[in-house]
Design a protein around this ligand. Structure first.
Ligand code: SAM
Length: 376
């Protein structure tokens, strides 16, 4: 006799079955369970899992991942106010809509006062983390970044500041840290050097990217790495390498969203990553690193309406709504059809709050730091 497990799992599916009272798990589900116990599969096993998971396996992973996140964070979802303060970039990453050789991108940079005004609006709306993200814009020298970070920390001492401004020297990171920056987001993009070389121009290397991440961790930043899911040339083996890299690095944050093509890049005709793969990998990352701060990204919300909510149900516990002024956000087009580009900050924020409440989770007014081991 086969009887379904009584627990209703996300998306209305049931994840596993009892056969004569004994839970009957697939090999993939046993692997997923092993990951949740801290036992990492080999590269080949992980690649097999990524290439061969079924819808049931995905729902199984999501239910375990959500249970894990609920145990550590309760039903709290942390909000980060994302300020996309410049779209000038000296880099030429092949996937990115603000790459330097995109002559059609209309370039902008915000002033210090405009950035502070975003924080002022964000603070009264309930944000306690501000994420300054931008292209690698040489105008924003270390002096300018230090001045802005110091000004934010002085006016909002109870808030965390996250920087996401690319590859810098250790000395630069140290200066940002001394100015009060708390966190740094720098996706590693792919842990495989050959794959890295197919996504980036020759002057950029995985080696330097990884050096940056180690410097950030050494300097005491809460550090985030991550990758796009479904980027051109990506294979299940490369994703398995990413997971093993993430496990070993043990960062406090992981940024993971689908690749989406941009019409003015060399990857304009490539396929976007899938919702299913992104959700599955979010769940695996949550199980690998239970305490990790894991955003449900805007890119996930872009490929599927409600994608961010599914990301939360798959184990994410952070969202990063855009709080940049309406007139600039349409120019920060990393990929096509990015959501929220036509909205006012209050609208996109309010919609996301309501969406999160509607799935039974609680948007909270907190800095939302990486939890200490004892808290988890
Ligand atoms: N310059 C900083 C850096 O390199 O970390 C921050 C800005 S960069 C645009 C932020 C992230 O956007 C990248 O790490 C990349 O993963 C993501 N991104 C860029 N183009 C994308 C695309 N076409 N689809 C999905 N994500 C993309």
């Amino acid at each position: 006799m086969v009887r379904e497990n009584s627990a209703l799992l996300p998306f209305g599916k049931r994840a596993f079955y009892y056969v004569n009272g004994v839970r009957n798990m697939t090999e993939n589900q046993s692997r997923i369970l092993a990951i949740s116990r801290g036992e990492m599969p080999s590269l080949t096993e992980l690649a097999g899992l990524i290439a061969g998971y079924t819808e049931e396996d995905r729902v199984f992973a999501a239910s375990l991942a959500r249970e894990t996140a609920d145990r550590i964070f309760g039903r709290k979802i942390y909000f980060r106010g994302l300020i996309e303060f410049t779209n000038y970039c000296k880099n030429d990453c092949l996937y990115c809509g603000i790459r330097r050789s995109n002559r059609n991108a209309e370039r902008y940079r915000m002033t210090e006062e405009e950035i502070l005004n975003c924080c002022r609006w964000g603070y009264q709306a309930g944000f306690r983390t501000f994420v300054m993200q931008g292209g690698e814009d040489p105008y924003f020298t270390d002096e300018r970044i230090v001045k802005i970070v110091s000004a934010i920390k002085q006016e909002f001492p109870d808030c965390a500041v996250t920087l996401s401004i690319g590859e810098k020297s250790r000395e630069s990171y140290q200066r940002y840290r001394e100015a009060g920056a708390d966190r740094y987001l720098l996706r590693h993009e792919t842990a495989n050097p050959e794959h890295y070389a197919k996504l980036h121009p020759p002057e950029l290397s995985l080696e330097n990217r990884v050096r940056c991440l180690h410097d950030q961790l050494d300097l005491g930043f809460q550090t985030g790495c991550g990758m796009m899911v479904g980027s051109p040339f990506q294979t299940a083996e490369y994703l398995a390498e990413d997971l093993l890299f993430i496990k070993k690095l043990n960062p406090q944050m992981v940024g993971l969203g689908p690749f989406i093509p941009h019409h003015d890049t060399p990857f304009r005709d490539e396929k976007a990553g899938t919702v299913e793969d992104t959700l599955f990998l979010l769940s695996i990352v949550r199980l690998m690193l239970p305490r990790v701060l894991l955003p449900a990204t805007t890119a996930l919300g872009t490929i599927l309406p409600g994608g961010r909510e599914l990301g939360i149900l798959a184990g994410a516990n952070v969202v990063m709504p855009n709080i940049s002024p309406s007139d600039v956000r349409k120019h920060y087009q990393l990929y096509d059809h990015k959501i929220g580009t036509a909205d006012a900050p209050a609208d996109s924020y309010q919609q996301l709050r309501e969406a999160i409440l509607s799935i039974g989770y609680q948007p909270v007014i907190e800095r939302g730091d990486y939890p200490k081991e004892a808290e988890s």
